[in-house]
Design a protein around this ligand. Structure first.
Ligand code: FES
Ligand SMILES: [Fe+2]
Length: 458
């Protein structure tokens, strides 16, 4: 049974910048997320380069459903539920590959690339030729579409078209990878689990407040270069006074409206981007190449603010785009306190062996199961999740109060998504949780669009 609207309203307060901790471990809420969010939203499945030839397939999660994304003989793409129409067994046990057809390992029902049932052992002798083959194919997702090579699907026939769902923020985020060249995914998706709620992993992708503390060891070891500000400011040593007069040091910009160092995009359906500008981030000692931002394609596809934005996009609910390291990550919910992390790594098709090797090296050591940053992050997310269960601890609200009420949103109706210029902030997170509440209410698409249209100030 759905959670009552009055209870939902109490879970997230945009005005106070507070969130009820129960949303990170409550199993009833998790079940409602699976149906109201993952059962309706457009979800990223894979990149077209992963399924280039007829018969190529890749298995991707859609909530608790597993979907085979299959390149067809005519060049099209289908999303087929990986469950046999006979007794439900998975018809494919591999995560990716190339096939001529899918044969179920239980009783041998066999489906072609389009999901049509083409073989049934004993069709004549046992079924007396009375089985309706056409009615027992693999079921297709409700809608499947691509944007700049990224394949998405939704289980909701009423969902708006993909490009509309993505909004200006989602489209800009994808462009920030696609615009860097003719991109392809490096073979091998990194997958691992972290015992945490998926929303902690999403919250963190906008979080430019934590690196200097959480990732101190990685910074000190030189695994991640500290940003250098070409304007001469010390980006890794922005002084912020603590309440006892002690000075904390933060990375990524000052929380001061007069000197905006960050751009935040907030968009319909809960998409957001938050992070530094090209000017403040610099090129990380040459590790990040921003030259693609001045190409004709980038000028056509991105507005002036998006061409300055270096931050991370979240395409609601769970697709993290990290353009500066050419990776995207899915935060796959497996349970209220269990999240599977998937990392896709991109390289330009024309990249030479050295560039490929360096890309893979970075992909292994920064994020992923052997990535220093994600192991440091994961510890915090696990502990934060555990503390939402305590009888007393769970009564304490989460605080997202940074720059609260000071984020003035500019929407000039141009190419750029609605944006805020400010210092380090928590607007991306707060917007994600406010939108999450609207999604969880199960309201129709028009109401959802209205409720997730950014306000004037956040
Ligand atoms: S469950 Fe697939 S053939 Fe029986
Ligand atoms: Fe981190």
């Amino acid at each position: 049974m759905a959670i009552a609207a009055e209870k939902l309203q109490q879970l997230v307060s945009l005005d106070r910048g507070e969130i009820d901790r129960s949303i990170f471990s409550d199993s009833e809420i998790f079940e409602q997320e699976i149906t109201s969010i993952f059962g309706r939203s457009w979800l990223f499945l894979c990149h077209e380069s992963q399924i280039a030839k007829a018969g190529d397939f890749f298995e991707a999660p859609m909530g608790r459903d597993n979907v085979l994304v299959v390149r067809q003989k005519d060049g099209g793409i289908k999303g087929l539920l990986n469950t046999c129409a006979h007794r439900g067994n998975a018809v494919c046990r591999a995560e990716e590959g190339n096939v001529k057809n899918f044969m179920c390992t239980y009783h041998g029902w066999t489906y072609d690339l389009a999901g049509k049932l083409i073989g049934v052992p004993g069709l004549q002798e046992l079924y007396h030729n009375e089985l309706d083959l056409a009615a027992h194919g693999l079921r297709e997702v409700a809608q499947l579409d691509t944007y700049r090579g990224f394949v998405f699907a939704t289980a909701d026939r009423d969902a708006p078209p993909l490009a509309e769902f993505l909004g200006r923020t989602g489209r800009a985020g994808l462009e920030m990878i696609a615009g860097q060249g003719e991109m392809e995914v490096v073979p091998g998706i990194q997958k691992f689990v972290i015992p945490c709620n998926w929303k902690f992993a999403v919250d963190n992708l906008f979080d430019w407040y934590h690196p200097q503390i959480t990732h101190l060891s990685a910074l000190q070891a030189g695994l991640v270069p500290a940003p250098t500000d070409p304007r001469g400011r010390q980006m890794s040593a922005t002084g912020v006074a603590g309440p006892d007069g002690a000075e904390l040091e933060l990375m990524g910009g000052v929380a001061n409206e007069d000197t905006p160092d960050q751009i935040v995009f907030l968009d319909v359906f809960g998409h957001a981007l938050a992070g530094p500008t090209v000017e403040t981030m610099g090129n990380l000692d040459g590790a990040v190449d921003h030259s693609w931002r001045d190409t004709p394609r980038a000028r056509e596809a991105l507005g002036p603010m998006a061409r300055r934005a270096v931050g991370h996009t979240n395409i609601f609910p769970t697709l993290w785009i990290a353009p500066e390291i050419r990776q995207v990550s899915l935060r796959v919910p497996r349970g209220p306190e269990l999240t599977e992390i998937w990392w896709f790594t991109f390289v330009p098709r024309e990249a030479g062996p050295q560039e490929r090797a360096m890309t893979i090296q970075a992909a292994i050591h920064v994020f992923g199961p052997a990535g220093a940053l994600e192991q440091e992050d994961g510890e915090n997310w696990t502990q934060s999740t555990i503390q939402t269960r305590g009888t007393a601890s769970r009564m304490i609200p989460q605080a997202l109060k940074m720059n609260l009420g000071r984020g003035k949103i500019v929407d000039d109706d141009g190419q750029d998504p609605p944006y805020i210029e400010c210092g380090i902030n928590e607007h991306g997170q707060l917007w994600t949780f406010a939108s999450w509440m609207a999604w969880l209410s199960g309201c129709g698409w028009d109401e959802l669009r209205n409720r997730t249209t950014p306000p004037d100030v956040i």
